[in-house]
Write a protein that binds this ligand. Structure first.
Ligand code: BGC
Length: 782
């Protein structure tokens, strides 16, 4: 064989490399070469050899397939380096410039022909070198579509917050693997998932896309999801980098926070997700951080991400988040996304001009392209090219993945008097509100997945971006009827609270559904349920004390009616199998096991910023993160505030005890082991949480979540489990030395089932002083 890795192959390659200055043009599947200067003299010989090659039944394609960077045995860095050497300036520039994947009439923009309609993005590859195009789709809940006539219909997971509420890395991975498989089947090789902006602001309209308020939980869950996505040879992003914690004036707002405080909170969540998930790309955010836009922020991109964390993938801008050419390129941005969303094609001709003049070094452009290529090799985009085959999607199996995720993450907040589970023998069940007769709510914006069957409740404003307000056609009412075939199940839309209450009065069971729609670009202005649903719930609960409330919300809401309502289930946005998921929990076929990934405040007055700045177009203002790293329950602990429901809280239809806590230092690492026992009558799952609280040292707050374990147990069974604590969670970050420092002293180790658990078990441990590098590795270790 001419192309075996022997001398013949090497000779041929070095001969080919004699044509260095050639411009090569490629159409799909064909390779034509034009030669200049001295190369022309070699053309005849070349043609002869090519004929010989093709005659040897080796197609021109396999000539290319034998290019050294196509050797899958080589590492991604080497392959990227090899192909980069062959690329022209213009080819490199193409790779760093992204287009939107849907027409924009207002901007007179037609999507590239090769893009997929209603998609998020497209970037030209280099087919002559076997570098595929990049087809990008949103997001972390499933394969989304831009609104319009040609939406694709896919399976939606429940919201990211629900997945975080599972506290289960296996579920997060499975969800990622499922949506990654759908992305691939639709022909996409980049999924714009991996949202892990910390919930500092419970009113943030995008909280439902993220992983809650704790850096460990959020980072680990989102990391597992990214890993699942990328198991399909599809790149996942990690986003939005960084500190993009509110939608109000998101493109102009300036977040003020210190380096150490950021590293111990928002950045830590991103850091952990990056370590666990190894995303191929990171998306920088809209907002400014300490005065500088995220996508031209040298501290964030060159400093933290690429420098300190050693991120080897590429950084793409969010759609419309880029404001410059030279500052952005030199600060570490590798790719402009989604033109025409930015004001100018900064990484188009202006970047070429900047490179030709040396304002952006050629080496920087090479690095941009090399990073993109590296991820394409590392994550299998080159070796496993995508091709649309939506018919291969196993929708039934995918619905089951979404169902399982939803049921693992729904949180039973309250269940006095065992109102739940509902009895299948009930004669009369009244279901009220929330369009429960039609479907379940989804969040708005770029992450919106369009379901098979269409919007169950069309026409609710906003009907265009960031809408439409979408209800997935998975009606809880139908599912409730299926679970209680002998019952008369009646529905009332709840528009008239008095009529709804009258209907509920004599029912054996009453379930009120309450919804809160939020979305990208729209923060909830208050934590109260909208549309006077509080009045509806209060009226119904007054009429029938056995009322259960099911919440479909983007995040925490206040519950003024709580003292009068015995049972509350937080069902988040439960995805395309949501109705079935809710009914299964309500009737006890599935025992709820979700625990809150975020504190539910009693009121806005408890928040670090009780009042949000109003949205005023183009207004530039600061949001001072004066709470530093004391986010969520840490803030509540620090200030001694009692929330409505604490972080980590979640009930079950069975009871658990936590005991046998022991903690010790093993090889410098803190480990805690404990026993979980199911002391109730049905099987269930408990989320055991380990918090650590310094006795001598000073942290941003009294305690931090340091580990967790979800344990499944039959009635009467027990299990021992242990967790190993990441040293960064025991340390304070020191900006001057870029190290994590653990102070010598006594630390309380707390085993609990929430951040405010009065049955928590505590032990103490002594830690020696220790220093860890910026990535949490012992200083001095390799
Ligand atoms: C969002 C990103 C999304 C992008 C592409 C932006 O508006 O902030 O999360 O990936 O659009 O649709």
């Amino acid at each position: 064989m001419i192309f075996a890795n022997g001398a013949g192959y090497g000779d041929f390659m070095s001969w080919l490399r004699g044509f260095r200055n050639c411009a090569a043009v490629a159409g799909p599947g064909q390779y034509s070469f034009c030669f200049r200067g001295s190369a022309v003299r070699r053309l005849a010989t070349f043609k002869k050899k090519l004929v010989v090659l093709c005659a040897a039944a080796i197609s021109c394609g396999s000539v290319m397939a034998a290019e050294p960077w196509m050797d899958a045995k080589l590492g991604a860095d080497e392959r990227a380096g090899l192909v980069l050497r062959e690329m022209t300036l213009d080819e490199k520039l193409k790779l760093v410039f992204g287009y939107f994947g849907a027409d924009q009439e207002g901007k007179k923009f037609k999507r590239p022909e090769l893009s997929y309609d209603q998609s998020a993005g497209f970037i030209y590859g280099v087919p002559r070198l076997h570098i595929p195009h990049l087809w990008e789709t949103d997001a972390g809940i499933g394969v989304a579509s831009q609104g319009g006539p040609n939406v694709r219909r896919a399976t939606a997971l429940p919201s990211g917050l629900n997945t975080a509420a599972t506290w289960d890395l296996g579920t997060a991975y499975a969800g990622g693997a499922m949506i990654g498989a759908e992305a691939r089947a639709f022909g996409f090789n980049v999924l714009l998932a991996g949202g892990v902006n910390l919930m500092r602001e419970p009113r943030n309209g995008r909280n439902f896309e993220y992983g809650g308020e704790d850096p460990l939980l959020a980072g680990r869950i989102v990391g597992a999801q990214i890993k699942g996505i990328q198991s399909n040879h599809v790149v996942s992003t990690l986003k939005h980098f960084a500190l993009n914690d509110q939608e109000t004036n998101r493109t102009t707002v300036n977040v003020k926070i210190g380096d150490a405080q950021a590293r111990m909170s928002d950045l830590l969540a991103l850091q952990i997700a990056n370590e666990d998930g190894h995303p191929g790309a990171v998306m920088c955010a809209y907002n400014r951080v300490n005065g500088v836009y995220s996508c031209e922020n040298d501290y964030l991109l060159n400093g933290v991400l690429k420098g300190d964390w050693g991120f080897q993938g590429w950084v793409m801008s969010d759609w419309g988040a880029l404001h410059s050419t030279i500052p952005a390129a030199n600060a570490g941005l590798d790719q402009q996304s989604g033109m025409p969303f930015d004001l100018a094609d900064y990484f188009g001709p202006p970047l070429k001009e900047a490179v030709l003049n040396g304002w952006v070094p050629q080496a920087r452009l090479d690095d941009m392209a090399r990073r993109i290529l590296r991820s394409m090799f590392a994550h299998g985009l080159v070796d496993h090219p995508v091709a649309p085959a939506p018919d291969t999607i196993d929708s039934k199996a995918h619905a089951a993945v979404s169902l399982k995720d939803a049921q693992e993450g729904m949180v039973l907040l309250k269940n006095d008097g065992h109102v739940l589970p509902l009895k299948k023998s009930a004669k009369r069940i009244v279901v009220i509100g929330g369009h429960a007769d039609k479907g379940v709510l989804a969040g708005g914006g770029s992450s919106l997945v369009y379901p098979a069957g269409g919007n169950a409740v069309p026409g609710i404003a906003p009907t265009t971006w960031p809408g439409p307000v979408m209800y997935y056609p998975s009606a809880p009412l139908d599912a409730i009827r299926r679970h209680a075939p002998g019952a008369k199940v009646v529905y009332h839309d709840g528009a008239d609270p008095v009529a709804a209450a009258a209907l509920a009065r004599d029912a054996d069971a009453v379930v009120v559904f309450a919804t809160q729609w939020v979305g990208e670009g729209v923060d909830a202005r208050t934590l109260a349920l909208p549309d006077r649903q509080d009045d509806l719930i209060a009226a119904v609960a007054a009429a029938n004390p056995k009322t259960a409330v099911v919440l479909e919300t983007g995040g925490p809401v206040t519950m003024p009616w709580l003292p009068h309502v015995p049972a509350v289930l937080e069902a988040w946005y439960p995805g395309t199998s949501g109705g079935e998921a809710i009914a299964g929990i309500l009737f006890g076929d599935v025992n709820p096991s979700g625990h809150l990934p975020a504190t539910f405040p009693a009121s806005e007055a408890q928040l670090p910023r009780p009042v949000m700045e109003p949205e005023v177009e183009n207004r530039r203002f600061d949001v001072d993160y004066h709470e530093g790293a004391a986010v969520g329950y840490k803030w509540f602990d620090l200030k001694g505030l009692k929330p409505l429901f604490p972080f980590g809280h979640g009930l079950s239809y069975t009871d658990f005890t936590l005991s046998g806590l022991s903690a010790g230092v093993n090889g410098g690492t803190l480990q805690a082991s404990f026993t979980v026992r199911n002391v109730g009558k049905v099987a269930g799952k408990e989320v055991a949480q380990i918090y650590v609280a310094p006795v001598d040292a000073q942290w941003e707050a009294p305690k931090r979540l340091a580990g967790f374990r979800k344990v499944e147990l039959k009635p009467g069974a027990s299990a021992t489990a242990s967790v190993t604590v990441d040293p960064r969670l025991l340390a304070v970050y020191d900006s001057a030395t870029k190290t994590w420092k653990v102070a010598a002293g006594t630390y309380r180790v707390i085993l609990a089932s929430s951040a405010l658990d009065d049955k928590a078990v505590t032990t103490t441990v002594r830690l020696d002083a220790a220093v860890y590098d910026v990535n949490g590795r012992p200083v001095g270790s390799p």
